[in-house]
Design a protein around this ligand. Structure first.
Ligand code: SD4
Length: 328
């Protein structure tokens, strides 16, 4: 009887822990509005900034400040997502992110500019703002992607500080998980909250950034979709851009954001393109009921749209002086 009660108690605790990052973030008071399509009047709406989840609202503020003054989309997306990376309350990105199974916080990030240049870091430890390292990879090296110790050495060589990214709170949650030792390896539906951001500046250029601590309790060394160009984020300045959130493995399998951008190139609206990419996952991946994936896209006209496998995905949009949360 006692062991059954303990089992139930543990199961409840595990369910609560698995959904922790998403649930605390969703408890904010900010009102959401149902999805709105930008009316195609032939006018271009810019600047505009969009980003995933409700912590995107704060990140958007920073990005908007830059683009509204005539700054560049690239600076906006980098500075915008740094807000979530540096905030220990956002337990799915950067500092304060939940660790892997062995207690290491390992980070993935990528950035892409209007010229189709990109930079990325994966499995990076000890650096609070991996997005800025990704930008340096893009701008100061002939490469696109650095991983693990090489990425850390590159960061330190370029003046980034080595820091402990595991906060007491994240460590406590990790210890509880370890003690209970019952969470399956496959990610729970709510175990994600990556920030992906797209900005269209006054010059008409689109850039994108994506950064995450990945899935909590992942195997040490696991890399998700977020640092992979064309999976977690993709931009083509002739068409638009897209970012992904949710189970990275599912996104990688369909080259998710590249697919969304190519669908927009064929004339689909951002929302339709995201929907078709989600339907591709549903068609090809039989276990799709077990996980969440959401796509968010922005086109050159300043139209945005999103779609996800299950309810609950929302994105923050800053346009026409209004920062709001939109349900997908
Ligand atoms: C990953 N896609 O590492 C990331 C997790 C995520 O919102 O999106 N969180 O698989």
């Amino acid at each position: 009887m006692n062991s059954r009660r303990n089992f139930l108690k543990n199961s409840l605790l595990l369910t609560a822990l698995a959904s922790f990052p998403a649930s605390i973030l969703r408890s904010s008071n900010i009102k959401t509005s149902s999805i709105k399509s930008f009316k195609n009047t032939g006018k271009v709406r810019r600047p505009i900034v969009v980003s995933t989840w409700n912590h995107g609202l704060v990140a958007n503020e920073k990005a908007w400040e830059i683009v509204v003054k005539g700054g560049k989309a690239l600076d906006a997306v980098e500075q915008g997502v740094r807000i979530s990376e540096s905030d220990p309350k956002v337990m799915s990105v950067g500092y304060g992110g939940l660790p892997d199974r062995e207690g290491h916080v390992t980070l993935d990030a990528c950035i892409m500019n209007e010229k189709g240049n990109c930079g990325s870091v994966a499995f990076l430890e000890h650096i609070k703002n991996p997005i800025s390292v990704a930008r340096l990879v893009m701008e100061n090296t002939p490469h696109v992607m650095l991983v693990g110790k090489g990425a850390l050495d590159f960061s330190l060589m370029n003046g980034f500080k080595k820091e402990n990214l595991l906060t007491n709170k994240a460590s406590e949650i990790w210890h509880k998980w370890k003690e209970s030792n019952q969470v399956p390896l496959t990610p729970e539906k709510d175990n994600h909250d990556t920030i992906g951001m797209l900005a269209l500046d006054k010059f008409g250029n689109i850039c994108g950034a994506c950064t995450t601590s990945g899935l909590a309790w992942k195997l040490h060394g696991r890399v998700g979709d977020s640092p992979i160009i064309g999976a977690g984020m993709f931009v083509d300045n002739e068409v638009g851009g897209a970012v992904a959130t949710g189970k990275g493995e599912a996104v990688i399998k369909i080259s998710g954001t590249h697919l969304v951008v190519e669908l927009m190139r064929q004339g689909k609206s951002p929302e339709e393109a995201c929907k078709l990419a989600v339907e591709r996952i549903i068609k090809k991946q039989h276990d799709h009921k077990e996980f969440q994936v959401g796509f968010l896209a922005l086109n050159k006209k300043g139209e945005s749209g999103a779609y996800s496998i299950s309810k609950g995905f929302e994105y923050a949009q800053y346009a026409e002086n209004k920062n709001e949360l939109i349900k997908s």
